[in-house]
Ligand binder design. Structure first.
Ligand SMILES: C[S@@+](CC[C@H](N)C(=O)[O-])C[C@H]1O[C@@H](n2cnc3c(N)ncnc32)[C@H](O)[C@@H]1O
Length: 336
């Protein structure tokens, strides 16, 4: 792995200005002990942290296994700046790359030659992104309707809120956040256009949700902001393909671990992992397989892991987390 790559990355980012100059990154890695435990037994080689963020999980993995290298991917420039500083003590064991995880083949050219022993996907948004008020991820402060993880991207929350038609908006709120009042919220938003900032949007959502329902389930705008963020960043579009290709690239004994935070994400993870573990077998349950399906992986624990009570007390962001893991097995002779 190229030692200069990490340092070059730091130098480049420091010269970009804007977010690139902010090296503070406050994010408590979720279920860190469990993540390190499940990655701990993989063969020596490369771990691809596909959502490296501030590098909290990455640092814990590198510290626990001195024979592992790590490629950290993120599409957020500010996150990569912070993680370059945080992971600098691990020197040439670390390389960083700015891209989406939807296509990590380009990122992998940076670390050519190392076998891939593990993948980690810690989905969604980081606390640091929520805390950077001007980025518009949070309903708590007035800010432009932005929510782009990658600032080079065109589509922003402003476009979704002000340009999508009412039916599409309602569909997004329902599909990405199970929002019960999706249609009402969409109607209120469309009637109030232009909606100029995050405070205006949060207030419209509050008005759209009937008073008794507002008292349950946290801030009334939480689900709407989550859904719009997922739409802006196309968060679910790339996930299935990225997981399939991660499992495909692992060495036998290698593991792919995913932390998801809502049912839409977890459904995709469960489906892809089940498919890898059954090989797409269509035989009736409890009968021996006769359809020729070839499993690629096993599931160390079918239902995955959830955080301890202590962790959710100290880090409310962990409350909805689920960790799922799949372990790669040998292909049978004759398979591609
Ligand atoms: C929950 S945070 C990860 C935190 C990290 N595990 C840590 O310990 O600091 C998720 C990160 O993934 C990034 N991200 C989300 N979707 C992505 C995608 N499709 N491709 C690349 N990065 C993505 C976000 O920018 C964010 O920094």
């Amino acid at each position: 792995m190229d030692a200069n790559q990490t340092m070059e990355r730091q130098r480049d980012d420091h010269s970009t200005g804007g977010f690139g100059e902010d090296l503070t990154f406050h994010h408590l890695p979720v279920m860190c002990t469990e993540v390190v435990d499940v990655i701990h037994m993989v063969p020596a080689g490369l771990i691809v942290d596909a959502t490296v963020g501030g590098g909290g999980h990455a640092a814990a993995i590198l510290a626990a296994r001195p024979d592992l290298h790590l490629l950290g991917i993120d599409r957020d420039e500010a996150a990569l700046n912070a993680t370059a500083a945080h992971l600098a003590p691990f020197g040439d064991r670390v390389a960083l790359h700015r891209s989406t995880f939807g296509d990590f083949s380009e990122a992998l050219t940076v670390v050519d030659g190392l076998q891939i022993s593990g993948f980690l996907f810690d989905l969604g948004v980081s606390s640091a992104q929520l805390d950077q008020v001007h980025r518009g991820f949070s309903y708590r402060n007035a800010a432009p309707l932005d929510m782009r993880m990658d600032q080079r991207q065109q589509l922003s929350a402003y476009d979704v809120v002000n340009d999508y038609d009412e039916a599409d908006l309602a569909q997004i709120l329902w599909r990405y956040a199970d929002e019960r009042y999706a249609r009402r919220i969409a109607r209120f938003v469309v009637a109030a256009r232009p909606v100029i900032d995050t405070s205006a949007l949060a207030e419209l959502v509050r008005q759209a949700i009937p008073a008794p329902a507002r008292r349950r389930g946290g801030h009334p705008a939480k689900r709407t902001f989550q859904a719009i963020r997922i739409e802006v960043n196309g968060e679910l579009d790339q996930l299935a393909g990225a997981l399939d290709s991660a499992i495909d690239r692992l060495v036998p004994g290698g593991r792919c671990a995913v932390l998801s935070y809502h049912s839409g994400e977890d459904r995709i993870v469960k489906n892809r992992f089940d498919l890898a573990a059954t090989g797409g077998c269509t035989c009736p349950p409890r009968l021996p397989c006769g359809c020729g399906a070839e499993p690629l992986a096993v599931l160390p624990r079918r239902s995955g892991w959830t955080p301890s009570g202590d962790e959710t007390k100290n880090n409310p962001r962990a409350a909805s987390a689920r960790l799922r893991v799949v372990e790669r097995i040998e292909r049978r002779v004759g398979q591609g």
